[in-house]
Design a protein around this ligand. Structure first.
Ligand code: ATP
Ligand code: MG
Length: 436
C-alpha cells in the first residue's frame, strides 16, 4: 500500500514518463505495414507446412548460455538477466531458436517422427547500442525445421524466404552463403585460424584480441571497420571442410542453382551464435544502410544434444521484423490505405437509423467503416471523411432515404456516384484496390 505521505507533492507539471531507451512504440500507420508483413509471413510459412509455436519470453539463463554460447556478444554483454525472488537466474530471450528447440525436447516432438517444422514471431531483447534498425526490444519472425540434415531443407527454407521477400515487393536483396563445417572438421580450421591470429592479433580491436584466444571464429563476425582488411586475409573455413561437409555444401549450392536462386558465397559469414554447423546464410538489403542484414540463419545439427535432447539436426532462420518493415515501408507506402474504406455521412436525424444499419452490414463483411455519432452538416461530414483519409464517403440524407439510392463519393477523385443500397458493398469492394 502506498502511504499518502510517500506520494510526492507536485507543484507544477508532472514530468512525462518516457519509453525505455532502445524500445519504441509502434504506431499507426506503421503498424499497418507490420500487419502486412506478418500476414504475408504466416501465409508463406503455412504454404511450406510450418506450424506456429509460442514460447515464453522469460527463460532460464542457462538455456542461452548453453546454446548461443558464453563467449558470444549476446550472452557476454547483451542479455537482460536478473535473479528472480527465489534466486533463479532468468533472461528475457535474446533469440528464439534455443526456446524452440527446448520446447521440441520438452514436448518430445521427436517422438512424432519425421520433420517438425515450427515458426514463431515476437519480441526479443538485446542490450545493444540503439540506432536505426537496431533496438533493445526488437521483433523476429523465425522458423525451425527439426529432424533432418538433408541439404534440401536448407534450400527449401531459402526458397521460401526469397518468395516471401518477392511477395512483399522487396526488390534488391542479396543472399550470402557459407558453411562453417562441423565438430569433425572445425577444430582443424580453428587451429589454423588461431595460429594466423597470433601474428595479427595486436592490430585488431580489443574485443577481437580477446576473441582470438577464447572463441577465434567470432573474430570473423567482427563489425569494426578497421579490422576488416585483416579479417579478409585470414584462412577460410571452406578450405578445411571435411568430405561430408563439403558434399553437403555443394548440394545446397546445386539446389539453389537449380531453383535459379541467386546467392553469393561469403567465406567469413559465421553469424553471431555458437550453435551453427555447416550452412550459414544471411540476406542483406542495401536500402537498410549500416544495419543491412534483414534476416539470418543456418544449420544447427548439434543444438538439440547441447540442450539435453536426442540427436535432432535442424535448420532455421530469423527475420528481423523491424528491418523488414523498414524495407517494406518504402516499397508499399504508396499503396497504403491508411483510413477506413468508407465513412458514412448521414444528414438529419431521420437518416441515422439507415446509416447505422448500413455501417453494421458493411462491418459484418469485414469492411472498415467509420460513422459519426453526432449530427453534422454535409460539409463538415465530408471534412471528417477526408481527415480520416477514408477512401469513400457514403452520403445519406433525406433525398437518399426516399430514393433508396445513396451517394458514394470517391474521396481521391471527388467523383460522386448514386448506388442502390444493396449494391454498395459490391461497389466498394470492386472499386478499391487495397494493399492492406
Ligand atoms: P546483426 O549482425 O545485425 O547484429 P545478428 O547476427 O545479431 O544481426 P541474428 O541474431 O541472427 O542477428 O538475428 C537475425 C536478424 O534479427 C538479423 O538479421 C536482424 O535483422 C535482426 N536483429 C538482430 N539484432 C537486432 C536488433 N538489436 N534490432 C533489430 N533487429 C535485430
Ligand atoms: Mg547482433
Amino acid at each position: 500500500m502506498l502511504k499518502s505521505d510517500n506520494i510526492p507533492t507536485v507543484s507544477k507539471r508532472i514530468e512525462a514518463v518516457q519509453s525505455v531507451k532502445g524500445t519504441r512504440d509502434l504506431m499507426p500507420p506503421e503498424t499497418s505495414v507490420w500487419q502486412r508483413v506478418e500476414e504475408e509471413a504466416r501465409r508463406v510459412l503455412r504454404a511450406y507446412a510450418f506450424r506456429e509455436i509460442r514460447t515464453p519470453i522469460l527463460e532460464s539463463t542457462a538455456l542461452f548460455a548453453r546454446s548461443v554460447g558464453e563467449d558470444t556478444d549476446i550472452v557476454s554483454k547483451e542479455m537482460y538477466t536478473f535473479q528472480d525472488r527465489d534466486n533463479e537466474s532468468l533472461t528475457l530471450r535474446p533469440e528464439a531458436t534455443a526456446s524452440a528447440v527446448r520446447a521440441y525436447i520438452e514436448h518430445r516432438l521427436f517422438n512424432e517422427g519425421g520433420l517438425q517444422k515450427l515458426y514463431y514471431m515476437g519480441p526479443m531483447f538485446r542490450r545493444e547500442r540503439p540506432q536505426k534498425g537496431r533496438y533493445r526490444q526488437f521483433y523476429q519472425i523465425g522458423a525451425e525445421a527439426l529432424g533432418s540434415d538433408h541439404p534440401a531443407i536448407d534450400v527449401e527454407s531459402m526458397e521460401m524466404l526469397v518468395l516471401l521477400l518477392e511477395q512483399l515487393s522487396v526488390q534488391e536483396f542479396t543472399l550470402l552463403l557459407n558453411s562453417v563445417g562441423c565438430p569433425r572438421c572445425r577444430p582443424e580450421y580453428l587451429k589454423v585460424l588461431r595460429h594466423a591470429l597470433e601474428d595479427v592479433r595486436a592490430n585488431l580491436c580489443r574485443d577481437c584480441q580477446r576473441r582470438a584466444v577464447t572463441n577465434p571464429l567470432r573474430v570473423l563476425d567482427c563489425k569494426v571497420e578497421a579490422d576488416q582488411p585483416i579479417i579478409e586475409q585470414l584462412p577460410r573455413m571452406a578450405d578445411y571442410l571435411c568430405p561430408e561437409c563439403r558434399q553437403h555444401f555443394e548440394a545446397v549450392k546445386d539446389g539453389l542453382e537449380s531453383r535459379r536462386i541467386d546467392y553469393r558465397q561469403a567465406p567469413r559469414l559465421v553469424r553471431g551464435l555458437d550453435y551453427y554447423t555447416r550452412t550459414t546464410f544471411e540476406i542483406t538489403c542495401s536500402a537498410l544502410g549500416a544495419q543491412n542484414a534483414v534476416l539470418g540463419g543456418g544449420r544447427y545439427d548439434g543444438l538439440s544434444e547441447m540442450l539435453g535432447g536426442p540427436p535432432a539436426p535442424g535448420f532455421g532462420f530469423a527475420i528481423g521484423e523491424d528491418r523488414l518493415a523498414l524495407v517494406v515501408m518504402d516499397s508499399i507506402a504508396k499503396q497504403l490505405e491508411l483510413g477506413p474504406l468508407a465513412y458514412v455521412a448521414w444528414i438529419g436525424e431521420a437518416a441515422l437509423g439507415s446509416a447505422e444499419n448500413l455501417a453494421r452490414a458493411l462491418r459484418r463483411q469485414g469492411i472498415s467503416v467509420e460513422i459519426s455519432h453526432q449530427p453534422m452538416k454535409l460539409k463538415k461530414s465530408l471534412g471528417t471523411a477526408s481527415k480520416l483519409a477514408a477512401r469513400f464517403a457514403i452520403i445519406i440524407g433525406e433525398g437518399e432515404l426516399e430514393s433508396g439510392r445513396y451517394q458514394v463519393k470517391d474521396m481521391t477523385t471527388g467523383q460522386q456516384t448514386e448506388i442502390e443500397t444493396n449494391q454498395i458493398e459490391r461497389y466498394l469492394q470492386q472499386n478499391s484496390a487495397r494493399a492492406i
